[in-house]
Design a protein. Structure first.
Length: 509
């Protein structure tokens, strides 16, 4: 019989390490899907007859649903139970993946991607909050979040590799079907081994105005950045989306400060450490997602790599992320303050990105790309691990789900912003370079060379901007995250109603 009994308060769950395997597998499904479709997108577009103007919706439909519903998903996990929502999210994600793989037209594809986003928004916060309440010993927590952080940081690059293999040797439909066995195994394993603590859930009535305002505000924000990429920053609809997002999110904050049972208790984000982590993590993901896209295009379009070869080019980054998270981050998390891992980690990643600003058409992979992606992976892995752990550390059990949802919200919104913002910068730099140099190209081959040089110029211009973003993320982490290492008590310098911050999450009142 499956272990469906609840975990006794204050008693570590005997099956917590088995549960970690299935939680990590579920997280891999979510982060894989953020990038695995990117490499297959040209094939999807051709097969389904999707226009150039509409192809962005294969990515955007997922991002809008995911980013817009994450806070709602965290609250549903509170009301209905984290384990139940986790399993339902996995099952629904598998069904949506079947629909995506079987899509016969663009409407079916867009609908399947949106449905994946909906169930991802249920799954992701439930997964992280389960870790937060199951691992309470500081050393065990460091190991568990080291594994989780490695998957969260490296899963996107794994998606690029897997997407390359599936697209080149099977077809694009397998980039959807591959989710199904992962999701079903994770759901079955979670049902059998996860035991949720008996206490700590918030069963207050659902904050309907908060749900509506936060969902519409986040959707407007993500759509605004996505539209800016294709229609420009001065487009009237783009500007309207940003204005609407600001109004809706401001109204959301005002409502949350007044209602008795808010969707997002402001104490979660106004606490100094968590606020700093959400902001720095979101900025880091802005830089990271844009880089994935630029390197993919550089390797395939400029260098002529196949999808599979492109995927393998990212392997050193994955190795660096796993090493930084499970070795450096995990080993030092219990010995030094989190900011001394996050700040230097983001700065090391910025150094890796700085090397990529030297890219040229004939740049050597071994001389330029290899050291850059290694440093980037090591830095991000080292920073992600304490960020994931600290984001839910010290919160009351009733706030664990919404704190987890905010981690995913900062990542998802950051990814959407990063893709749009950095793509816009790259496109502008490319257009400017080609306009300035095309006049001197007399032959067809010279014109093609100028166009390739313009693309590389665009990538490096955007990467310079991303370097600055990572430096800002490092400074925010160093300035705001003032918690001591586990075993020390740090007084949070936050707003009203925030208690002293403890290094290990409370699991019972």
């Amino acid at each position: 019989m499956p272990q469906t009994a609840a975990q006794a308060p204050g008693v570590p769950d005997a099956g917590r390490w088995k549960a970690l395997v299935f939680i990590a597998l579920a997280q891999l499904v979510v982060v894989l899907d953020a990038t695995i479709v990117n490499i297959a997108l040209p094939s999807v577009q051709q097969d389904l007859g999707i226009s150039d103007g509409n192809r962005q919706w294969v990515v955007t439909a997922y991002a809008l649903a995911f980013g817009g519903l994450l806070l709602f998903g965290g609250r549903i996990a509170d009301l209905c139970g984290r384990k139940r929502v986790f399993v339902v999210g996995l099952g629904g994600f598998a069904v949506a993946s079947v629909l995506g793989g079987a899509a016969t037209n663009e409407a079916m594809m867009f609908g399947a991607r949106a449905l994946q986003g909906v169930f991802g928004a249920l799954l992701a916060p439930a997964a992280l909050s389960l870790l937060a309440v199951m691992f309470t010993d500081s050393k065990e927590r460091a190991k568990a979040f080291g594994i989780y952080g490695a998957i969260a940081g490296g899963g996107g690059a794994v998606g690029l590799i897997l997407g390359g293999f599936l697209t080149e040797y099977l077809n694009w439909r397998w980039t959807f079907f591959i989710n199904i066995p992962f999701a079903l195994v994770a759901a079955a394993g979670a049902y059998l081994v996860i035991r949720e603590p008996r206490v700590g859930r918030d069963r207050s009535p659902l904050d309907i105005p908060g749900v509506i305002l936060s969902t519409l505000g986040l959707v407007a924000l993500v759509y605004g950045f996505t539209r800016a990429e294709s229609d420009g920053w001065s487009d009237s609809v783009t500007v309207g989306m940003f204005v609407g997002a600001a109004v809706l999110l401001l109204a959301f904050v005002l409502v949350e400060s007044k209602v008795k049972a808010p969707l997002l208790p402001l104490r979660v984000v106004t606490e100094r450490n968590r606020g700093g982590i959400y902001l720095s993590l979101g900025l880091a993901v802005i830089a990271m997602f844009g880089l994935f896209l630029f390197l993919t295009y550089y390797l395939q379009v400029v260098k002529g790599y196949s999808p599979v070869k492109t995927g393998f080019a990212f392997l050193p980054m994955i190795a660096g992320m796993v090493t930084g998270s499970t070795q450096i981050g995990t080993r030092l998390m219990t010995r030094v303050a989190p900011r001394l891992l996050m700040g230097p980690g983001f700065l090391l990643a910025a150094v890796g990105m700085l090397l990529l600003t030297q890219l040229e058409i004939d740049s050597s992979y071994a001389a330029v790309l290899l050291p850059a992606v290694l440093l980037l992976g090591l830095g991000m892995g080292t920073a992600f691990m304490p960020a994931m752990s600290m984001a839910t550390q010290g919160v009351e059990p009733r706030d664990a789900d919404v704190a987890s949802a905010m981690v995913n919200t900062s990542q998802q919104v950051g990814g959407a912003i990063g893709t749009a913002l950095l793509n816009t910068i790259a496109a502008s730099a490319t257009t400017s370079y080609i306009a300035d140099h095309i006049g001197g190209a007399a032959t067809r081959s010279q014109q093609q060379l100028v166009q390739l040089q313009g693309q590389v110029q665009g990538y490096t211009s955007a990467i310079r901007f991303a370097v600055g973003i990572l430096v800002v993320a490092a400074l925010i982490a160093l300035a705001f995250v003032n918690a001591g290492r586990p075993g020390e008590t740090t007084v949070a310098a936050s707003g009203e109603g925030v208690e002293d911050e403890l290094p290990v999450p409370v699991v019972a009142h």
